[in-house]
Design a protein around this ligand. Structure first.
Ligand SMILES: C[S@@+](CC[C@H](N)C(=O)[O-])C[C@H]1O[C@@H](n2cnc3c(N)ncnc32)[C@H](O)[C@@H]1O
Length: 215
């Protein structure tokens, strides 16, 4: 499958729209099925050495909330970044802006650790290359993205009766915009002399990317 980036409906709906609310609920379930939050929590516990953390495309904040419960020290270090407003009673930092705005770029540039879940696949390689230039001061990158395999679109179809119409559309589009192998570090322009990374794909559709800057 050739990588194809098409607009996702969730990004076009007002956050309070019933379909957006239903789709974000579906995303929480899909994240649970894919094990994304559990993997990110384990990686942060093992590798995060302090400093600021930014979560790109933090959405409804469910990853942060789960983490703050397990690792309370993260609350004061965490900034969620998203186009939408912070979720109700959000306890940590939040930047409501486009990732590529000057404010968004500044938050990314100030973070030692950059986390993203089901987010980077929204962007063409040109935009990912631009994000790569914002990572100059980062030391740890942890990303969960869709693995671009047709069989995951089929798995999504099996779940269709349980998903909102927006999620059904966005899931198929997301898989087609996902990554395989070394595509993500290549698109970000990470250099093997500066970064040590691993990329793993799982049975349930997730591609897990972890990178640490070489000292
Ligand atoms: C598929 S949702 C994933 C949300 C969350 N990470 C999760 O796993 O449930 C993608 C999120 O990225 C946000 N987003 C899309 N484009 C963005 C941009 N250019 N800058 C910041 N956030 C963006 C959307 O508002 C949305 O909340």
């Amino acid at each position: 499958m050739i990588r194809t980036v098409l607009p996702e409906i969730l990004d076009t709906l007002p956050p309070g729209h019933p379909d957006a609310v239903a789709s974000r609920r579906d995303l929480r379930r899909l994240n649970w099925i894919m094990g994304n939050h559990r993997w990110l929590a384990a990686q942060l516990a093992a590798r995060h050495r302090g400093g600021r953390v930014v979560e790109l495309g933090a959405g409804d904040g469910s990853l942060g909330r789960m983490l703050f419960h397990r690792q309370p020290g993260l609350v004061d270090r965490w900034t969620g970044l998203d186009l939408i407003a912070p979720p109700p009673e959000w306890p940590a930092g939040w930047m409501q802006t486009d990732l590529f705005s000057p404010e968004g770029s500044a938050v990314v540039a100030a973070a030692e650790t950059v986390v993203a879940n089901l987010f980077l696949h929204h962007f063409e390689n040109g935009a990912l290359a631009r994000l790569g230039t914002q990572l100059k001061h980062s030391r740890l990158l942890l990303f969960c993205e869709p693995a671009r395999r047709r069989r995951h679109q089929w798995q999504g179809r099996l779940l269709a009766p349980f998903l909102n119409r927006v999620t059904r559309h966005d899931l198929k589009v997301s898989v087609a915009a996902g990554f395989l192998g070394g595509e993500l570090p290549e698109a970000l322009g990470l250099r093997p002399v500066e970064w040590r990374w691993t990329v793993r794909t799982g049975f349930r559709g997730s591609l897990r990317f972890a990178a640490e800057r070489i000292e």
